[in-house]
Design a protein. Sequence first.
Length: 158
Amino acid sequence: MEEKVKEKKTIVDAFVEGARNGYKISINSMVPNVLFAFVLIQILNLTGLSDILGKVCQPIMGIFGLPGIAATVLIAGFLSVGGGVGAAASLYASGALGNDHITILIPGILLMGASLQYMGRCLGTATVKNKYYGFLIGINVLNSLLSMIVMKIIVSLF
């Protein structure tokens, strides 16, 4: 029986392999999420639902010093961090959100980010009982909201 001899990788081989893996991840995971966010924002704008969503969410988002339409960023961020960032970028590019708004939203996106995806990927594989999912996701959302309040205070100081 022949044994395979492990070849020692050079630093260049390791770099190239890492670059290939990074490219695969970006193409297979990140790009679709960001594209989803841009499409979602365009659908909301074209159908007029963004105006309705903005008016409905204005009282809640006003607590954080944000316009109502910023709720779409948090909704997209709940589904995917890349989607939340993409939604924020799209709304910033359209002028619906400004620098202060983006600054307040960033910790919210990151702390709430991809809760729906993690429910299946992490909680499911860790065999966490379904009855705890709501509580665990709720902690993410609460952390996100608290971070946006803190960031609103920091932004108002500067």
